[in-house]
Design a protein around this ligand. Structure first.
Ligand code: FES
Ligand code: FES
Length: 157
């Protein structure tokens, strides 16, 4: 099948990728662009491991066709740090020792950073709702929620 040209912005860089019409955004990001920070879990929209930002909103990239990103802004976990500085939620995850196996963490970071961009003072319930689409089999979520709350505090300073 002839490939299609996907022109979009990935992590702030104008990018052109040759993708198959049936490629998902997850496949475009990982397999074509080589940005393997975004993880594949279920491929059915249930686990959140593949979460990226599309025009600033968190999406399950396994459920989005690559060509749906045409002309839009994609951000992956590789683009969360800016000017060499980790995002506050990344720093808080390190400080709290959140990651265990780590597989869910890129997706959780993308959901949490999108939440904080929209609501810099979330309640615990809002944080839990913000990451409700991200399954973690290891952490029990307690440290994760505390870290996101701390990151909100940093953003509000
Ligand atoms: S791999 Fe996309 S939601 Fe699980
Ligand atoms: S740290 Fe292992 S799945 Fe979340």
């Amino acid at each position: 099948m002839p490939r299609m040209l996907l022109a979009c912005t990935i992590n702030g860089e104008p990018t052109e990728l040759l993708v198959q019409p049936y490629h998902t955004l997850l496949e475009a990001v990982r397999d074509v662009a080589g940005l393997t920070g975004t993880k594949e879990g279920c491929s059915t929209g249930d686990c959140g491991a593949c979460t990226v930002h599309l025009d600033g909103k968190p999406v399950a990239s396994c459920l989005v066709l690559a060509m749906q990103a045409r002309g839009r802004e994609v951000r992956t976990v590789e683009g969360l740090a800016e000017h060499g500085e980790l995002h506050p939620v990344q720093r808080a995850f390190v400080a709290h020792g959140v990651p265990q196996c780590g597989y869910c963490i890129p997706g959780v970071l993308m959901s949490a950073s999108a939440l904080l961009a929209e609501n810099s003072s979330p309640t615990e319930a809002e944080i839990r709702l913000g990451i409700a689409g991200n399954l973690c089999r290891c952490t029990g979520y307690t440290k994760m929620v505390a870290a996101i709350s701390d990151a909100a505090g940093v953003l509000n300073k």
